[in-house]
Ligand binder design. Structure first.
Ligand code: GLN
Length: 244
């Protein structure tokens, strides 16, 4: 068995904008730290036993795919929420993030439902929120900037002030283009609208997940990787968004 197992949830349905690149990044970094990693593909109907899983990943999908995944997950919602409450690291992108709220109102006004893990809802609009985005966040007590790309019709609004965003929008739209919140942060779960290669461009976020996975296994990673190239890419994008 590999040292770390990451479950890739519903890759045939939730696969927009190269979100899968995040898994390649996690696998590579784990290898560079000296550990093996298996990406376990999870399909609808598969048994969802989270006991041997070290992290969950779900990319985004269109409203149709979101509906199919919702029908699948609602059957096993209790197990999934218990795993997240227990601190299982998880990265949920855009459409996957939207599923975690109370409801998703599509562009025709139909409520597609939600897993109700957290008190927020999403309302879709025909006008999409698209472009590069820069946010600030705090991970493991360290303040850092996160760069990415967003492309979503959904606007997400928190219904409880206790829900914690992943970050504060410096430039871009984030959850709804109004209140400067971006994504959700709970235990070791991050839900975010930042698509595509989020982790390769933000190695500190990748390491947040790697350290969380390792800690749960009693492993302390002390090796430091040379992230000069990754940090250069990060700074280039930041400069593009906020020219100095
Ligand atoms: N339904 C979603 C939206 O557009 C998810 C698709 C996406 O990830 N952009 O808001």
């Amino acid at each position: 068995m590999a040292d770390f197992i990451i479950a890739h949830m519903y890759p045939d349905l939730m696969n927009l904008y190269s979100d899968r690149g995040n898994l390649i990044c996690l696998e590579k970094r784990l290898n560079w730290y000296g550990y093996s990693c298996e990406i376990k593909l999870v399909s609808p109907g598969d048994n969802s036993d989270y006991k041997n899983i070290d992290m969950l990943f779900m990319g985004s999908g269109s409203e149709r795919e979101q509906g199919l995944v919702y029908q699948e997950l609602i059957k096993k919602a209790d197990q999934l929420k218990a795993a997240i409450d227990d601190g299982l690291p998880a990265l949920f992108i855009a459409g996957a993030y939207q599923l975690l709220g109370n409801s998703y109102i599509d562009s025709d006004g139909t409520n597609l439902g939600g897993l109700s893990f957290f008190d927020f809802y999403t309302r879709s609009s025909k006008e999409r929120l698209t472009g590069n985005i820069l946010i600030n966040t705090v991970l493991n007590e360290q303040e850092l900037s996160v760069v990415g790309f967003e492309n979503h019709g959904g606007r997400t609004y928190f219904e409880d002030s206790k829900v914690k965003p992943f970050g504060t929008v410096i430039s871009g739209y984030g959850n709804n283009g109004e209140d400067k919140t971006e994504g959700i942060f709970y235990n070791n779960l991050i839900g975010t609208y930042l698509h595509g290669p989020l982790l390769p461009k933000n190695p500190s976020v990748a390491d947040f997940f790697i350290n969380a996975m390792a800690l749960r296994k009693g492993i302390e990673i002390t090796t430091k990787l040379n992230d000069d190239i990754e940090n250069y890419a990060h700074e280039q994008i930041k400069d593009k968004i906020l020219p100095s």
